[in-house]
Design a protein around this ligand. Sequence first.
Ligand code: SF4
Ligand code: SF4
Ligand code: FES
Length: 251
Amino acid sequence: MEYIISVKRRKRDEKNDYYQDFLYIADSENDTVATALTNLNLQEPLMDINGLPTTMIEWECSCLQKKCGACAMVINGRPGLACAAKLKDYKKKKISLEPLRKFPVIADLMVDRSILYENLKTLTLWLRKDIDGKKDDPEFGTMLCEKDSNLAYTASECIQCGCCLEVCPNFYPGGSFFGMSTVPVTTRLLTEMSSADIKKIAKGYMEYVYEGCGKSLACMDICPRKIPTDKLMVNSNALIFWKRRKKDVRK
Ligand code: SF4
Ligand code: SF4
Ligand code: FES
């Protein structure tokens, strides 16, 4: 099957974007966008659709199994993972590839997503050493109930790909709302934090997450890991702001 892969390109340290089309002949019906980009880049030299030599297409990947988020990009106008996007699933045989729009472009389809991690740092979402030994803490004991373990497992599926930020009407770079990508990490850690630690992250959560979300849930619809972001947010809100009622909200 023949496809035209139309790539939005930008050279490193330049600001001008342009589109370049490539003819791609799929080896298998299971070829993905990631397969196409890999095979195109194997050409020496890489030729565009007009037979003119050009530079390799810059993009990122690692696991190729929907587990790392590195290959997130905008495919035919929707954010998604290149390694999960099968070419045959698109009705048109011309497939456009663009970098995620809410992050600085490094080159071609590569973006700088360091803001995802900077936001986690601002919210101090990590376990501290003083968590060690909390198994004797009665609060910790109640928190690690079976339901929380399941929720923590679900939350740990987040791969920090940034697709949820791409579709979020309330997230923009440098804004005061950090977006849904911070919520799975919050939920994951809440299951292991003492009540004192929960208080420490509550202020940042209130300022950068809780107050900015409009609950449209576009993030849930687009998430390539199918994370129930609504449940995670409800649970995080409950544990952070209504801790005294937590037994009720977990039912
Ligand atoms: S919640 Fe989903 S879309 Fe958002 S960063 Fe995590 S895996 Fe990606
Ligand atoms: S529910 Fe809507 S506003 Fe809230 S994080 Fe998701 S997309 Fe953004
Ligand atoms: S390469 Fe890891 S999610 Fe696509």
